[in-house]
Design a binder for this molecule. Structure first.
Ligand code: ASP
Ligand code: MG
Length: 441
């Protein structure tokens, strides 16, 4: 069995969905299961409509019009999605009456994108000679916790998926399953988080014991750097799970950070491919990775970071000081990425969150606290980063030549990344300069 996930741009319209059909047709003997995102732009349109409704302006038209265009382009019956359109209108009216869009109602709303797209795709496939059926992920065992906006499948989901799949999916049909959405055991709709359909796909791959999970997108696999900043960024042939996880977490734009966890657990290879160039081999991500031409596999960056610094003589020779710091950060739900400490100060980076003022207050009893924002973490990832003599010199000389100032530096204990902090405004200079210095082959 093969799980294939298609992202929003891969199913944007009839033209794209036709490519998906041909790709799936070529893999019929491997028993494909498709996991799909909403058509490009539909999730955003739904969430915008939700926000407008919360201000008292319920208007389903932007969503319905967008969805109708794809429906029509694909030649589906004009009333195929009418029940969904009505439900969206009702929901928006409800939100506008209470003037509040809770996380729960936003998940319910956002989930319509995938619920509609899989129906269009399955209908199109069937009319074009590939018998397909649309499924909501929860009907195939994707039952989640109640963390609206970042829900995760409940323990034991793998067994539930296997059972439900056997029970509901006929041997001669190609299932087209919603990415992104789930349901709690009490029946409320949840989502796994923006861009989370990759994660749904690897959960299904793990649950169903697939031979591979393909992530179809609009680049030739995972690239050595963000192609919008680096013109000669290239596709990476192989990556290890560890490298790809670092990269996803540090802002690599292709994979969602949680995507790999289910695949890692069951050692299922993940292959990133381009819907617009299906003949390109893309990137294969496996436990062991593989030999790439350069020492460094890729460069990622994450903008909009803040740095919290605590200076305190109390730190000197005081075991347990950091425990107190992390206790506060844990309670405030602040996710720390990089840390650097000296005898009397500790600096930590985190995503620039809105509650940082409260965090500062909560930390003040421990020392002098300051926060600076608009920073970016740059992360150089590669299996051999730690073994490579002179790599640090290459990196920092390139940054010096590009006139980029470096603030914090950390080399991960897992040996595969070198990360540092720069100003957000320097990202445009730093990434191309590093790419030029590190990717010589
Ligand atoms: N449609 C959802 C989003 O736009 C999920 C996804 O694309 O993976 O975030
Ligand atoms: Mg997407």
């Amino acid at each position: 069995m093969l799980v294939m996930k298609f992202g929003g741009s891969s199913v944007a319209d009839e033209n794209q969905i036709h490519k998906v059909l041909e790709i799936a047709r070529g893999r019929e003997s491997r028993r494909p299961v498709i996991v799909s995102s909403a058509h490009k732009g539909v999730t955003d349109a739904l969430l915008n409509a939700g926000r407008a409704a919360a201000k008292g302006e319920p208007d389903a038209a932007p969503v319905v019009d967008k969805q109708r265009r794809v429906l029509k382009g694909c030649g589906c019956d004009h009333d195929l999605l009418d029940p969904y359109f009505r439900e969206i209108e009702d929901l928006l009216r409800g939100i506008s009456l209470v003037r509040e869009a809770s996380k729960r109602s936003l998940d319910y709303l956002a989930g319509f994108g995938e619920r509609m797209s899989v129906r269009v795709i399955a209908d199109y496939f069937t009319r074009n000679g590939v018998k397909a059926e649309a499924f909501d992920a929860w009907d195939l065992g994707f039952i989640t916790d109640e963390n609206f906006g970042s829900a995760r499948p409940l323990h034991g989901y793998e067994a539930r998926m296997t059972t439900e799949f056997k029970r509901r999916v006929g041997a001669d049909v190609l299932p087209v399953v919603t990415g992104f959405v789930g349901k709690t055991s009490s029946g409320e709709i949840t989502t796994v988080g923006r861009n989370g359909s990759d994660f749904t796909a690897t959960c299904f791959a793990a649950g169903l014991g697939a031979e591979e999970c393909e992530i179809w997108t609009d680049t030739d696999g995972v690239m050595t750097a963000d192609p919008s900043l680096v013109k000669d960024a290239r596709s990476i042939p192989f990556m290890s799970f560890a490298e790809a996880s670092e990269l996803a977490y540090y802002g690599g734009r292709v994979l969602h950070p949680s995507t790999l966890l289910p695949a890692i657990k069951r050692k299922i290879p993940v292959r990133v491919l381009n819907t617009n160039r299906p003949e390109h081999p893309g990137t294969v991500i496996t436990e062991e990775g593989g030999d790439n031409p350069n020492v460094v596999t890729s460069i990622a960056y994450k903008e909009g970071q803040a740095v919290i610094t605590i200076e305190s003589p109390q730190m000197l020779g005081q075991p347990g000081f950091l425990a107190k710091v992390f206790d506060v950060l844990g309670r405030e739900k602040i996710d720390i990425d990089m840390i650097s400490t000296s005898e009397i100060s500790v600096s930590m980076t985190c995503p620039g969150a809105s509650n940082l003022n409260e965090v500062v207050k909560a930390l003040e009893h421990l020392g002098r606290v300051s926060v600076v924002s608009e920073k970016a973490i740059v992360c150089v990832v590669g299996q051999n980063v730690k073994k490579q003599r002179g790599l640090g010199a290459t990196v920092f000389l390139a940054l010096r030549d590009a006139e980029v100032n470096v603030e914090m530096i950390s080399q991960g204990a897992n040996k595969i990344n070198l990360s540092f902090l720069i100003d957000d405004t320097d990202v445009d200079k730093a990434i191309p300069a590093l790419h030029g210095a590190l990717f010589t082959k």
